[in-house]
Design a protein around this ligand. Structure first.
Ligand code: CA
Length: 449
């Protein structure tokens, strides 16, 4: 095994943080100076994608380096079987100290507790924003305060008291900015007088698209509830004004919750600097999937459309990654595990299905790098969002989606049939995916490429 120079890995993942709410990804609606530090001092992946845009399945893909049909976590109704191998077990067996602090969301009790971790302290299910209960190695405790601060405090505390003779791999998993977007006091009044710009596709009417897009119940104007909005709208608003008012309520809270993440990332980066750990620590920031920030008139995720499919993925490792790098090459959540093993000098087991991203991080591009991805969302019409099950392929230019119209026995689905549908998008001509060209004769045969 490689000597003591093996890198530490600090893997920070938030929940539902879309790349287009980070200034290093060109956000038009907020600034994230501390997250930008990671990107500016390392590399920004412009095309990192999840393989199933929903919490638990993406987390399972990241931990196991496998697609959901292999790891068994196809929907929110499936738990991860902790007896199966995962990247943390491999790191642990090969001399790393491992920990997970924060959101787990892959089941609890017995074989569903986190496995492969020397230390774990996780939120039960979704967890609470304020005064959260957490489960520390099987024991429940209530922590007073705000969840993002607490997860950061616990992470810093673990780093402080870790044994210094081994490299570490810490997964710091924030609950934020998951619905219902409850800010802390410090950020509660941020953006109060601002008018956050509405996205280009805010008034999408879902024409030229599948019925699946029309049927989904995650519309800003119709489906946000009182808990999301936190107050009643002013009276006498027109329908359009009310939709805009709801968007402002939603997006401001979302961005306030993100601001707290950004502050806490700054604390962690400062700690690494103070402890002289910056040089030999790989710092990753990502989110389990993207999110609709009013795009297509929606909140939430699930669809294979870009805003939901794309994950932020920024990495700093001063020893090997050139500052201010970026790559347009394709990366997937199933690639993360193999990347960590590569840097730790551990052989990749046969069951993993990704590719180490190390060549991209270190600027050595391959002509035969992956140029397409496979996606599948199983939760057919599950409440409350009612997004039909679908699978698809995205290449660098095109995206083909098939809504197969059946639950096929998957957990957390509604057993109702829909007429199967196809969508094809030309992402070069139509980056916002407003125009399905599947039946357009100009594109005949494109779906076969
Ligand atoms: Ca999520």
């Amino acid at each position: 095994m490689a000597g003591k120079n093996r890198p530490n890995i600090l893997f920070i993942m938030s929940d539902d943080h879309a790349a287009h709410a980070m200034s290093c990804y060109g956000s038009k609606i907020n600034k994230t100076p501390n997250l930008d530090r990671i990107a500016n001092e390392g590399i920004r992946f412009n095309n990192c994608f999840c393989t199933n845009s929903i919490c638990a399945p993406s987390r399972a893909a990241i931990l196991t380096g496998t697609y959901n049909h292999e790891n068994g976590v196809k929907t929110l109704g499936d738990n991860l079987d902790g007896r199966k191998p995962n990247v943390q077990k491999l790191l642990q067996e090969n001399g790393y100290q491992t920990a997970i602090i924060g959101k787990w969301h892959l089941g609890h009790g017995g074989v569903h507790d986190p496995s492969g971790f020397d230390y774990w302290n996780v939120l039960p299910d979704q967890g609470d924003y304020h005064d959260p209960t957490m489960i520390e190695m099987g024991e429940q405790k209530v922590y007073n305060g705000y969840v993002t601060d607490i997860i950061t405090d616990l992470s810093l505390n673990w780093l402080k008291y870790r044994s210094k003779d081994k490299p570490f791999m810490l997964m710091c998993h924030h609950k934020a900015p998951h619905r219902p977007w409850e800010p802390d006091e410090k950020h509660a009044h941020l953006y109060e007088t601002a008018d956050i710009p509405e996205p280009e596709t805010f008034h999408d009417d879902y024409s030229n698209r599948s019925n699946a897009a029309k049927e989904a119940t995650m519309r800003v104007d119709q489906d946000l509830n009182k808990i999301d909005l936190k107050e009643d709208p002013p009276e006498n608003l027109s329908a359009k004004e009310l939709k805009s008012w709801k968007y402002q309520r939603y997006i401001k809270d979302y961005l306030r919750v993100v601001a707290s993440i950004d502050d806490n990332i700054g604390r962690m980066l400062d700690y690494l600097d103070e402890e002289d750990l910056t040089e030999n620590t790989i710092v990753v920031y990502t989110s389990d999937q993207g999110f609709f920030l009013g795009d297509h008139g929606w909140y939430d995720k699930r669809f294979m459309y870009e805003e939901s499919l794309r994950m932020p993925f920024i990495v700093r490792y001063p020893c090997a990654i050139k500052i201010g790098s970026e790559t347009d090459d394709m990366a997937l959540n199933v690639d993360f595990a193999e990347t960590f093993l590569d840097y730790a000098g551990i052989d990749v087991p046969d069951f993993m299905q990704g590719t180490s991203l190390r060549p991209l991080m270190e600027g050595s591009t391959h002509d035969d790098w992956q140029t397409s991805l496979y996606y599948r969302y199983w939760e057919h019409l599950s409440e409350p969002h009612k997004v039909g099950a679908h699978y698809g392929v995205r290449t660098t230019r095109y995206k083909l989606i098939h809504y197969y119209g059946e639950s096929l026995g998957a957990s957390n689905t509604i057993d109702e049939s829909r007429t199967p549908e196809w969508e094809l998008f030309d992402l070069k001509e139509d980056p916002y995916e407003m125009n399905n060209v599947y039946h357009n004769p100009d594109y005949t045969g494109t779906e076969k490429h």
